[in-house]
Design a protein around this ligand. Structure first.
Ligand code: F3S
Length: 392
């Protein structure tokens, strides 16, 4: 990989140990994938922030990097942590809260924004053609497919290194020639809601591997529907992007074709529902984190209603969105739900809170919760989730 004089100086340690370490990570990655050079990025987004998924070992590494003067060179944001400090902090042991705070403190010292959301694209503008280094897989697919920015699916360490250098290796979907579809997916029956889009994502992720699909039949899908589709695709597969009729001309049609029918979506939804009719502890919406429009819709749907019995209902979003939707948040909270920020169900300690069964409209959550939260799942549309959680 070609390095500029400045990059060579960083590699040799002239800018300090932290930058040298990060440059070594980027060069190793670039060599592995045969990148020709490093390219500047507009932003970085780091995953692996929750103490539940990160554990103790990396905290010392983050501290050493911060002590050595590691500081972000571009706008850099963070994925969710393991709990909402205002609403759920007290339910967790003190040592858990302290270790989580220790992680956040180190990121703070390095200049990361404490965004704590998997939807960094709702926090500020991301323009078509921008190069990014993002590590949250659902955000990667959304950025490439809906926003038409350019980002590989970074790991936590490579996104961190990119944040501290301000560059990423030029390979994969940073290069236009690698952004073409190799398979045509024809969605035969209309998808009815966001849950079915996420379920399509899980179904396709399993058969696509890392291939880019051109998906026909999504003309009426909203950006929130496509967010669910991308989250599902990235959960069960390695695809970094998809193309639609809005973003790709069909004249350049890929050779291989598959069709998806309503029956395929139904069957996948059933597979993702390990508890279709049993008792529920939690109804969870907001994976990926809710947009302003989704918070408004939820407020409309629960207005004047009351939560049923001992059931918990969590609506997860970013602090940024919550602060801009306070009237709607009040309506949701009045109905008995919690609007939680900085966290999500999957990366939080639901087992410690006695949650054994989760109903959700997110296929990604239904895919992960049985293993990561040791919880049974029921997958349904937003409307059905809220009908189950509220009466009146
Ligand atoms: Fe976001 Fe958590 Fe889902 S990080 S994409 S809400 S699993």
């Amino acid at each position: 990989m070609h390095l500029t004089r400045e990059e060579e100086r960083i590699y040799c340690g002239e800018h300090g140990w932290a930058s040298q370490m990060c440059m070594k990570i980027l060069i190793q990655l670039g060599d592995l994938f045969k990148a020709d050079r490093l390219i500047p990025i507009r932003s970085a987004h780091v995953s692996g922030v929750s103490y539940k998924t990160l554990g103790d070992a990396p905290i010392e590494f983050l501290k050493v990097l911060a002590d050595a003067g590691g500081r972000v060179k571009v706008r850099s944001t963070l994925n969710p942590q393991s709990f909402d400090p205002d609403q759920l902090g007290k339910k967790l042991p003190e040592h858990v809260r302290k270790r989580q705070q220790a992680i956040l403190d180190q990121f703070d010292r390095m200049g990361f924004k404490s965004s704590l959301t998997c939807t960094p694209y709702y926090l500020g503008k991301v323009e078509k053609g921008w190069h990014l280094a993002w590590a949250e897989s659902s955000a990667v697919v959304y950025a490439n497919s809906v926003l038409r920015a350019y980002t590989n699916r970074e790991g936590g360490p490579s996104a961190l290194a990119a944040a501290l250098i301000g560059k990423t290796p030029n390979y994969g979907v940073h290069q236009s020639e690698n952004r073409k579809p190799s398979i045509l997916v024809h969605v035969e029956d209309p998808l009815m809601n966001e849950m079915e889009h996420g379920t399509l994502g899980i179904y396709l992720g399993r058969i696509l591997g890392d291939r880019i699909p051109f998906i026909e039949g999504l003309k009426k899908s909203s950006s929130e529907d496509l967010k669910q589709l991308g989250a599902g695709l990235a959960a069960s597969g390695m695809t970094n992007m998809f193309l639609t009729e809005k973003t790709y001309s069909k004249s350049r049609e890929p050779i291989e074709k598959v069709s998806v029918k309503a029956a395929d979506i139904r069957k996948t939804c059933e597979e993702l529902s390990t508890n279709p009719g049993g008792q529920l502890d939690l109804v969870f919406v907001g994976c990926p984190h809710c947009s302003l429009r989704e918070v408004k819709r939820i407020a409309r749907l629960v207005d004047g209603k009351k939560i049923r019995g001992q059931l918990e209902c969590w609506v997860c979003t970013s602090r940024y969105v919550k602060e801009r939707a306070m009237e709607d948040v009040k309506r949701i909270e009045k109905a008995g739900a919690r609007v939680l920020v900085d966290m999500c169900t999957i990366v939080s300690w639901t087992e410690k809170m006695g949650i054994k069964s989760i109903m959700t409209n997110s296929a990604k959550t239904a895919y992960y919760a049985p293993t990561l939260n040791r919880a049974d799942t029921r997958l349904a549309s937003l409307e059905e989730c809220l009908k189950t959680a509220f009466r009146g």
